[in-house]
Design a protein. Structure first.
Length: 504
């Protein structure tokens, strides 16, 4: 198809989609220069619905960047991409493609599921079985306390830690001073085993000139564009509380998503070690920055992902942990998701290691056991050299039945089946859904669970080798894997993460 043909197809998609959900129709536009106001004014004028305008129609995704978002209005949705592209100063026009959480559990099929649904429906639906959720969203951010000391009594449940002999890697630094951004559904920053390892923005800590607590004074003290961003930011609801709102298991079954996902991921990166509580992450003294850009239903957008990655870059983060899947690279998608590719390139230039789950199935999340060399799954399959793509293996060194693989597109395997970690509200579990009364027990299985092990390993190594470059850290992880048959011919290294070898 000619380029013009592709463009026409794209404009047809945009102009006929006026009656569906709003967010996915918003456009992302790359403009020349990082300060030019002219083109934004022009776009606003073209897109403006006079009288209904409540929020800015255009906004820059991040300071110093060239991407802006154009909100959908009845006027702008009638604009063709070609017309927008023809505007002076406009370089690229693309859709604000959806981002989704990876689905890291499998519901039973056939009789079990039917019987469950019957039982639930007979009782009048999930609402009659569980009391309405009393969970509190966005609790206040607790101050750091002096962490206690003592064994992490649930550590032996973390088979991946035992398998990696992570304890042997804790002779020197344990991740001190290294910040890992967890880009996900948020993190329960009140969790007893995470609270003391949450990143604390030094620019929003202490007291201001008027003696007020900078964490809560309503002032953007470090002038990074975010007010009171103490532990990270919530790019879904645009506030300083990136809390991982959980829901009841049955709501999960009927409503989709996997809430608690970010908290589960964070625990294996850096749950506090030797504090007399719970578990320990691979880097038990590293810091977790919570960047929430996926809702409790597991949905997000490219705009949110770009903002979250840009935030991590701005704040100097060395490692980001990315257990999510993006869209926008189908052949019909013309320019593709260039906004996402651009920001991952920015991360590379900034020396940020971008650890990515290889994915459970293809780019659309359909099917398991996918060769991502022929059917790429993004962002893991992007060619940027700062990406480490992680497949999931189980206790027996077999590849997870769901896990993507790829001789050149997947780098390493890591523990990702029946993974034990922190869960929302001071919990610890290897189960997403645990309903013994329905005979239903579903474990956390996913490349989402595998990636945080590698993120933690990177933090552990980096703390011990503070002068190492991003590429040196990546090479150290890649060159220290343990060969296993399941990854042979299915990954670049042919092996699984070995923290023991890495830290030897
Ligand atoms: Ca700030
Ligand atoms: Ca403040
Ligand atoms: Ca602990």
């Amino acid at each position: 198809m000619t380029f013009l043909g592709k463009m026409l197809m794209f404009s047809a998609i945009v102009s006929t989609a006026t009656s569906t959900a709003v967010a996915a129709q918003d456009l992302l536009i790359k403009v020349q220069g990082t300060k030019s106001k002219g083109v934004m004014t022009q776009l606003t004028r073209l897109a403006g619905d006079v009288g209904t305008k409540v929020a800015p129609l255009t906004s820059r995704l991040h300071d110093g960047g060239q991407w802006i978002s154009l909100k959908t209005t009845s006027k702008s949705s009638a604009l063709s991409v070609r017309a927008l592209q023809a505007l002076p100063g406009v370089m690229v026009v693309q859709k604000n493609y959806p981002i989704r959480q990876l689905k890291d559990y499998r519901l039973p099929n056939g009789p079990t599921r039917d019987a469950l649904l019957q039982k639930v429906n007979a009782a009048g639906g999930p609402g009659n079985i569980f009391a309405p959720s009393a969970k509190v969203d966005n609790p206040e951010i607790p101050k750091t306390t002096a962490p206690g000391f003592g064994a992490d009594s649930l550590f032996d449940n973390q088979w991946g830690m035992v398998d990696n002999n992570v304890v042997s890697g804790w002779k020197g630094a344990k991740g001190e001073g290294v910040v890992v951004a967890v880009l996900d559904s948020g993190v329960d920053y009140t969790h007893e085993d995470l609270v003391d390892n949450m990143w604390r923005n030094p620019g929003e800590t202490g007291v201001d000139s008027q003696g007020r607590d900078m964490a809560t004074n309503g002032v953007d003290d470090d002038e990074n564009g975010y007010v009171d961003d103490v532990v990270g930011w919530d790019f879904v609801t645009d506030d300083n509380k990136p809390f991982d709102l959980s829901v009841e298991p049955l709501e999960l079954l009927f409503g989709g998503g996997n809430p608690g996902h970010g908290t589960h991921c964070a625990g294996n990166v850096a749950a506090r070690g030797d504090n007399g509580k719970g578990i320990a992450g691979v880097a038990p003294s590293a810091q977790i920055m919570a960047l929430r850009f996926l809702s409790e239903k597991g949905q997000g957008s490219t705009e949110g992902a770009v903002k979250a990655i840009a935030y991590a870059i701005k704040m100097g983060v060395k490692v980001s942990s990315n257990s999510w899947g993006s869209s926008g690279e189908d052949p019909a998608d013309t320019v593709g998701n260039q906004a996402l590719r651009d920001i991952i390139e920015e991360a590379r230039l900034a020396g940020q290691l971008f650890v990515a789950a290889a994915g459970n199935g293809d780019a659309q999340g359909k099917g398991y056991d996918n060769d991502t060399n022929s059917a790429p799954a993004y962002p893991a399959s992007y060619p940027h050299e700062n990406i480490i793509s992680v497949a999931a293996i189980d206790k027996t060194d077999a590849l997870g039945t769901f896990s993507n693989w790829g001789l050149t597109s997947v780098d390493v395997g890591a523990p990702g089946v029946a993974v034990f970690s922190t869960t929302v509200e001071n919990g610890y579990s290897d189960k997403v859904i645990d309903l013994p009364e329905f005979g239903l027990s579903i474990t956390w299985d996913g490349t989402s669970m595998a990636a945080p092990h590698v993120s933690g390993a990177a933090a552990l190594y980096w703390a011990d080798h503070p002068k190492a470059t991003m590429m040196e850290v990546k090479a150290a992880i890649m060159n220290s894997t343990k060969p296993i048959a399941a990854m042979n011919g299915k990954s670049v290294t042919g092996g699984k993460l070995s923290v023991e070898n890495l830290m030897r």
